[in-house]
Design a protein around this ligand. Structure first.
Ligand code: E4P
Length: 221
């Protein structure tokens, strides 16, 4: 399973990229709004900051409701940085979003269908040619449903029917989500930087380092 970072915060993106574990970036209108920056400018900055990833998702804005409006926005987004091949158009899981997905896929543009909460939605998105489908597990857990189980079912469905779309486990809240979606067959988990940092930590690692440091100091004084 690969890691994407789920943020529009440039510092966090640069920190995660520097560690060397990053394969992509996902953003959404809420994440961009939180940064108080111009959407297209921030996408351009992100694309420049992470040249060696496979995908940077830029979501069409909520005022694009029809497929035509989404495609019009996508046509502007794919021109950013002179047509960066990593730009991925994130589309909502609606009939218009699917129509835009099919159109953009045929044009060779990468797509990410977002806000997926059922197996059937994932199947539709895959059939519309989505490069990525994004089930939101944390938001399902929030309403007492099992988000990881949804990811597992989608992974099984894609395997049975040889569907090429990659599953991005989204709305990931903590390290246990990461372990469980990896075991469930997600291709990618998109996570905030705080979760990447948590994944690297263990109290026994810290204790072990402290002991090595103390023993080294004793032996070399
Ligand atoms: C995914 O692409 C979304 O940006 C994201 O994971 C949403 O997560 P949230 O439920 O924490 O807002």
């Amino acid at each position: 399973m690969k890691f994407f970072i789920d943020t529009a915060n440039l510092d966090d993106i640069k920190k995660a990229y520097k560690v060397g574990v990053l394969s992509g970036v996902t953003t959404n209108p809420s994440l961009v709004a939180k940064e108080g920056v111009k959407f297209e400018d921030r996408i351009a900055e992100i694309l420049q900051a992470v040249p060696e990833v496979e995908s940077v998702s830029a979501e069409v804005t909520p005022d694009a409701e029809t497929a035509e409006e989404m495609i019009a926005q996508a046509n502007e987004l794919i021109k950013i940085n002179g047509g960066d091949k990593n730009i991925t158009i994130k589309l909502p899981m609606t009939l218009d979003g699917l129509e835009a997905c099919r159109y953009l896929t045929k044009k060779g543009v990468k797509t990410n269908v977002t806000l997926i909460f059922t197996v059937n939605q994932a199947l539709l998105a895959a059939r519309a040619g989505a490069t990525y489908v994004s089930p939101f597990l944390g938001r399902l857990d929030d309403i007492s449903e099992d988000g990881v189980l949804l990811v597992a079912k989608i992974a099984e469905l894609f395997r049975i029917h040889n569907l090429d779309s990659q599953i991005i486990a989204a709305s990931v809240r903590h390290p246990d989500h990461v372990t469980r979606v990896a075991m469930a067959g997600a291709h990618i988990a998109t996570v905030p930087f705080s979760v990447i940092a948590q994944l690297a930590k263990h109290p026994l690692t810290d204790q072990g380092m402290d002991k090595f440091a103390a023993d080294w100091k004793n032996a070399t004084k």
